[in-house]
Design a protein around this ligand. Structure first.
Ligand code: ATP
Ligand code: MG
Ligand code: FE
Length: 353
């Protein structure tokens, strides 16, 4: 029977219903606009907005799917990592629904949901068999993850300062583009020369798969201060294009290192809002082709936060639990601001009773 999934870990309020095969029966995402005046996500406002919108959204998605609650076979909700207020709201609603419907509750790890999205039926030709390399690049995350099997994830490296999306947003702010500024910065960069400014490429060529963007961000600030004020449209476009090229170079170099330590990977998957960036996609496409492996970028609505990926992670969890002969009941798994992917390996030992 279908699974209803809830996502509320950051500033997207999302609900989806998937049938047991992974087909989407209904799906809605509300991107909270309440944060715009603050230039960033305000946790308390996010939690209240989830509380205000989630119950109605559940109703709407049930209607979209042509289902009554009694038709649900399981309820899933993101329980971490993320902003604790939102996680408590979404998982609280999910737990309450599962309890009253007497169906299993699945506690979904948000990072695992991003990691497994590529396996959604129909997204890739072969269903993205394990192992593959995941590059997760969003406003809050920037990391390379070896996806070796269901529940078997290894973080190969991550940012030591800003996430990629955070860097885009901060540079966009310096350019007066508003928030979140990634998409606007990419648009501006189209009119600029990526070679106009020689900007640093932090960590390039260094061992490992960590990322760093704060030096690049500072260099951009210095360039901007040195340019004649007020900033001309041409100068702004050149700075945007040069910054974007530097980010793409850094990410491609780091992903190259990650692929080198994961020779079994036949596929590179990119997820997170920054995966929308065309310059970055082009670099990753070229990189994957040069290594003779596949490249998968889910459609943008599945790259940014959504509930379809939460539902799919729940379906994979229910399948794995069934294969292990376990009846999943994760009502007591707490909402957590931090929930490292490595901990998923012990899930069926301690997480599922
Ligand atoms: P989380 O990190 O918890 O997944 P988030 O809301 O920070 O949540 P997403 O919603 O996945 O992350 O993505 C938003 C980020 O992606 C923002 O930082 C935004 O600027 C960036 N972004 C979106 N489109 C583009 C683009 N075309 N180029 C560069 N960055 C982009
Ligand atoms: Mg978001
Ligand atoms: Fe996310």
């Amino acid at each position: 029977r279908p699974v209803l999934a809830i996502e509320s870990s950051c500033d997207e309020t999302a609900v989806a219903i998937l049938d047991a095969s992974g087909a989407v029966l209904g799906e809605r995402v509300l991107s909270q606009q309440d944060h715009l005046p603050f230039g960033g996500v305000v946790p308390e406002i996010a939690a209240r907005a989830h509380l205000a919108h989630l119950p109605g959204l559940v109703r709407t998605v049930l209607d979209d799917a042509g289902l009554a609650v009694a038709g649900l076979g399981a309820v899933a909700a993101t329980c971490g990592p993320g902003l604790i207020g939102g996680l408590l709201v979404g998982s609280g609603l999910g737990r309450g629904m599962a309890l009253s419907l007497e169906v299993p509750f699945v506690a979904v790890n948000h990072l695992e949901a991003h990691a497994l999205t590529a396996r959604l039926p129909g997204l890739t030709a072969d269903g993205a068999p394990f192992p593959y390399l995941l590059l997760l690049v969003s406003g809050g995350h920037c990391q390379c993850i070896a996806v070796e099997g269901f529940g078997r994830y290894r973080r190969l490296g991550g940012t030591i300062d800003d996430a990629a999306g955070e860097a885009f947003d901060k540079v966009a702010k310096m350019l007066g583009l508003g928030w979140p500024g990634g998409p606007a910065l990419e648009r501006l960069a189209r009119d600029g020369d990526p070679k106009a400014h020689r900007l640093p490429r932090p960590l390039i060529g260094r061992a490992g798969c960590d990322f760093s963007f704060s030096g690049l961000k500072t260099a951009v600030a210095q360039r901007l201060a040195a340019l004649p004020a007020p900033l001309s449209a041409g100068d702004a476009a050149d700075v945007a294009a040069s910054f974007q090229a530097a980010v793409a170079d850094v990410v491609a170099d780091r992903v190259g290192h990650a692929l080198a330590v994961m020779p079994a990977a036949r596929l590179l998957v990119v997820a997170g809002g920054v995966a929308a960036n065309g310059a970055l996609r082009d670099r990753l496409t070229t990189l994957a082709a040069a290594r003779g492996i596949g490249f998968a970028a889910p459609p943008l609505r599945l790259c940014t936060d959504n509930a379809v990926m939460v539902g799919w992670a729940a379906i994979e969890t229910l399948r794995a639990a069934a294969a292990a002969g376990i009846a999943p009941d994760e009502l007591s798994v707490p909402a957590r601001p931090r929930w490292p992917l490595e901990e998923m390996a012990t899930r069926f030992a301690v997480g599922v009773q």
